[in-house]
Ligand binder design. Structure first.
Ligand SMILES: Cc1cc2nc3c(=O)[nH]c(=O)nc-3n(C[C@H](O)[C@H](O)[C@H](O)COP(=O)(O)OP(=O)(O)OC[C@H]3O[C@@H](n4cnc5c(N)ncnc54)[C@H](O)[C@@H]3O)c2cc1C
Length: 387
């Protein structure tokens, strides 16, 4: 019998387990993969602020530090955001193989039990607690817990079975494909974003440098708008851009671009990270919110254990915390995403042309949209109240 069982040792789960264990709870963290952090289904970009909020930065899990971002419209108009204008959306490119393990290790150090190669196969709520069936190497057994934290990613079985979330529709998820490429000739001070319906319908392509001429080169497309697979779009992008390098890894994955869900809790259960569709609908970035959500879930679990109250109405404190932190931004960026995926390439070129060469005060989506609003208020009239 545990106070808390956390399913999934991504950033959300390990952070939740670490926080709950630090509060003195009896915690189990289970991860179905054999190694935490691999395969890396992520471009690994995160802002400095988001990571420094929780960790002392260790060079071991930083692959690269970037000082700016370059955004390209379909006609190659370039928008540059650079160091002097300082860093929000991307600052570090992590080495998640090492970072994710580091966070899980901190959870273990705080007292959590960590089981890898252990899948949660089923669960049921009964008599005020949750019974889980776990499986490792063909062996099945049961554990009980007062609180279950579902940090089991975008396809969260826990969220769907508990009735908290519904399966995402084809316009609520980005389908992604990514290569880790080596031998590239790029300026490693920047991350690169490529927009356009032809390149990436409903999404964008990216190059995030990882040092020594290597980079995550990937693409996200909205299945509802796409006519090919994400990998086919990625291959076409690489060919069109003339990106020359050796492919050393390939991953495919999905990112929720849902916006804000109403609640991430039910009796005895909290969802955190991608499981609660916490990723940003416009950038697809989900590590920062996953870490914050995991932290809040761990804190609220400790309060619930102290009060011996595991009801949904008590756990709604967790909703309040994550919504206060990043709920508004999820909602706002969902509106922006819906506006931008409607734009054709000619309009994107026009908007980019209007702000190319401008001094963007900060490296963030908000900074870009504010400039666009100044340049083309009529075109973006419906967005004016978002800022
Ligand atoms: C191609 C791609 C690029 C991305 N790039 C970025 C980026 O640059 N920056 C950024 O911030 N975000 C990015 N994201 C999003 C980011 O990867 C996620 O938002 C983030 O990993 C969410 O963390 P999480 O802990 O919620 O879930 P995950 O990291 O998905 O972890 C969930 C864990 O749960 C485990 N699990 C699932 N089911 C079970 C089960 N039944 N039993 C036991 N374990 C289970 C899984 O094995 C997994 O380890 C990208 C995503 C993709 C697909």
């Amino acid at each position: 019998m545990y106070d808390v069982v956390v399913v999934g040792a991504g950033p959300a789960g390990s952070m939740a387990a670490k926080t709950a264990a630090e509060q003195g709870l009896n915690v189990l963290l289970v991860e179905k993969r054999q190694e935490i952090g691999t395969p890396v289904r992520c471009a690994e970009g995160i802002s400095r602020e988001s990571i420094e909020k929780f960790f002392e930065v260790d060079k071991k899990w930083i692959a690269a530090e970037v000082t700016g971002a370059k955004i390209y419209a379909p006609d190659k108009t370039e928008i540059v955001m650079s160091e002097e204008m300082a860093g929000n959306e991307v600052g570090y490119v992590l080495e998640r193989k090492i970072f994710d393990r580091h966070v899980a290790r901190l959870a273990a150090k705080a007292g959590a039990e960590v089981y890898v190669k252990t899948a949660m196969v089923d669960f049921e709520r009964k008599d005020g607690k949750v019974k889980l069936k776990l499986r490792r190497l063909g062996e099945e057994w049961e554990v009980e817990t007062k609180i279950l934290i579902g940090a089991d990613g975008v396809e969260s079985k826990i969220g769907r079975k508990a009735g908290i979330i519904k399966t995402l529709k084809l316009n609520e998820v980005e389908s992604c494909a990514q290569y880790l490429m080596a031998g590239l000739d790029i300026d490693e001070n920047y991350t690169y974003f490529y927009l356009g319906r032809e390149i990436a319908p409903g999404g964008y392509a990216w190059i995030f440098p990882k040092g020594n001429g290597s980079a995550n080169v990937g693409i996200g497309v909205l299945p509802k708008m796409a006519e090919k697979t994400a990998k086919e779009y990625l291959d076409a992008f690489i060919e069109k851009e003339g990106i020359e390098g050796k492919i050393v890894e390939f991953v495919a994955g999905a990112v929720p671009v849902y916006g804000e869900i109403e609640t991430a809790v039910t009796d005895n259960i909290m969802l955190a990270g991608d499981a609660a569709y916490h990723a940003d609908p416009i950038t697809g970035g989900g590590i920062a919110n996953a870490l914050s959500a995991g932290y809040y879930a761990g804190k609220v679990a400790a309060e619930a254990v102290q009060k011996n109250d595991f009801s949904a109405s008590f756990l709604r404190r967790y909703d309040e915390l994550w919504k206060n932190d990043f709920g508004k931004k999820l909602k706002r960026n969902k509106k922006l995403q819906l506006k931008f995926i409607d734009m054709d390439d000619a309009l994107l070129n026009k908007l980019a042309g209007a702000i190319a060469g401008k001094n963007l005060r900060e490296m963030s989506v908000a900074a870009i949209v504010k400039e666009l609003l100044k340049a083309h208020p009529k075109l973006l009239w419906d967005l004016k109240d978002l800022f």
